[in-house]
Design a protein around this ligand. Structure first.
Ligand code: NIG
Ligand code: FE
Length: 416
């Protein structure tokens, strides 16, 4: 068999080959192949198996010796706010002195201060600052990320953010999956008129977004105290679905408004945050196949002590994914390995479960499971080599970078 690339001699080849998302007690099946190898042709995986077998069967133009280390799928980050400019380090200091995130938001800071910065930035500035963060994510092993708008909050500025996401996707090795989050906050010019802003999102923004094929795959809403109500969120998401967009929601981060349950009722692909979801509402996500995207970097970033309870979600039969939530307000972190380390300490995940949550289940959370998330023939050859022979080190060790090599669609894009 001819191939462009053969990666062999992987001490642990983590394939995560599965028929569906992993949930319940079954979560954490890594499909480890000891002394494994992967062959790649035209950017796709063509064969996975034992090194000895592939070395004799595959004639490859380029060969990479993994030297007994871990080889696994690239991380998929299914929830980021990557595209923004500026910093909110002053708000970080305010929180350290006792102000809460919702206090700062109610006083006109928070999301709105980044909105002002983004509205004032050129496409080039927005692109340059976002690209630097994308480089950092790729270096830490993320080969695909979902990216939300939500710092424009006018039709023109939301479209500007979507254009920047599209341009970055086309010019950066990391794949970006775009989400329209026009309902991220009620902008100051609509203060006290949230229903009017909701109508603007539905009547003007959504049709503009949906008119250009591929500009957004999903629509998301921040449904919480101080943001959008359950009814406003439902109206926006129902309108988005009618225009062909997939659905996502920021649910139960600060207040349990019933948003996760509502998301399940309307068939959302994921519900995200989920810190305060009551136990009796969890089963509805299992019924609808909605993935629970948990974001432990956010309460950590806010210095809070309450985290989502991953084992409750798993017991309810829901597939759990992990994401960074990378954003300037609550979690300025693009590192999936650090999120895995937090997930094991504060959400109650085991390392094998956290690895599935950051790869296969994350692919399901953004509807990309047919292309990525596991190492199987037919999938895109997005893989990473770690500087360790034990995948559990991803959770156990933290604060450095264990990612040695990143291969995107069969091409080496990071060589540590
Ligand atoms: O997911 N919760 C809402 N949105 C972001 C925070 C955005 C910001 O503060 O800029 C989040 O945590
Ligand atoms: Fe978020």
């Amino acid at each position: 068999m001819q191939a462009d690339l053969l990666v062999h001699n992987a001490g642990q080849l983590i394939t995560i080959a599965s028929d569906g998302p992993q949930s319940g007690r079954e979560m954490g099946r890594l499909g480890i192949c000891h002394d494994g190898a992967v062959a790649v042709r035209d950017g796709y995986i063509v064969k996975v198996g034992a090194s000895s077998e592939l070395r004799s069967e595959v004639k490859a133009q380029r060969v990479i010796d993994a030297l007994g280390r871990v080889v696994m799928p690239g991380f998929i980050d299914p929830h980021t706010h990557l595209v923004f400019v500026g910093s909110r380090v002053n708000e970080f200091e305010m929180r350290l002195s006792g102000a809460t995130y919702l206090d700062i938001m109610a006083a006109g800071g928070g999301i709105m201060s980044t909105v002002r910065a983004v509205r004032g930035a050129s496409d080039e500035e927005l692109l340059a600052q976002s690209r630097a963060r994308a480089d950092d994510m790729l270096a830490q092993g993320t080969t695909m990320a979902e990216v939300k708008t939500g710092y424009g909050l006018t039709t023109a500025d939301e479209m500007k953010c979507l254009r920047v996401i599209q341009h970055l996707d086309r010019t950066h090795p990391m794949d970006l999956i775009p989400t329209f989050l026009g309902a991220h906050a009620v902008p100051e010019e609509y203060r006290g008129r949230a229903d009017d802003y909701t109508e603007l999102v539905i009547q003007e923004m959504l049709p503009a977004v949906a008119a250009q094929r591929g500009l957004a795959c999903f629509c998301d809403v921040f449904c919480d105290d101080g943001a959008f109500t359950l009814n406003q969120a439902r109206k926006i998401l129902v309108a988005a679905e009618a225009l062909g967009l997939g659905l996502k929601i920021h649910a139960d981060e600060f207040a349990a408004l019933g948003a996760a349950k509502m998301a399940a009722e309307i068939g959302a692909v994921s519900a995200d945050h989920l810190i305060r979801t009551p136990r009796e509402e969890m089963g509805s996500l299992a019924d609808s196949g909605t993935v629970a995207v948990l974001l432990p970097g956010t309460p950590f970033g806010l210095g809070e002590r309450e985290f989502a309870r991953a084992q409750d979600w798993l017991e309810a039969g829901v597939a759990v994914a992990l994401a960074t939530d990378l954003n300037p307000g609550t979690c300025y972190c693009g590192s999936m390995p650090f999120i895995i380390a937090l997930g094991c300490r504060y959400l109650g995940l085991m390392p094998a479960q956290a690895v599935v949550a950051a790869t296969l289940n994350a692919a399901y959370a953004i509807g990309q499971e047919s292309r990525v998330g596991s190492l199987e023939p037919g999938k895109v050859a997005d893989l990473i080599v770690l500087n360790t022979d034990d995948y559990r080190d991803l959770a156990y060790r933290f604060g450095g970078n264990l990612v040695a090599t990143v291969i995107k669609a069969g091409k080496v894009v990071v060589k540590g």
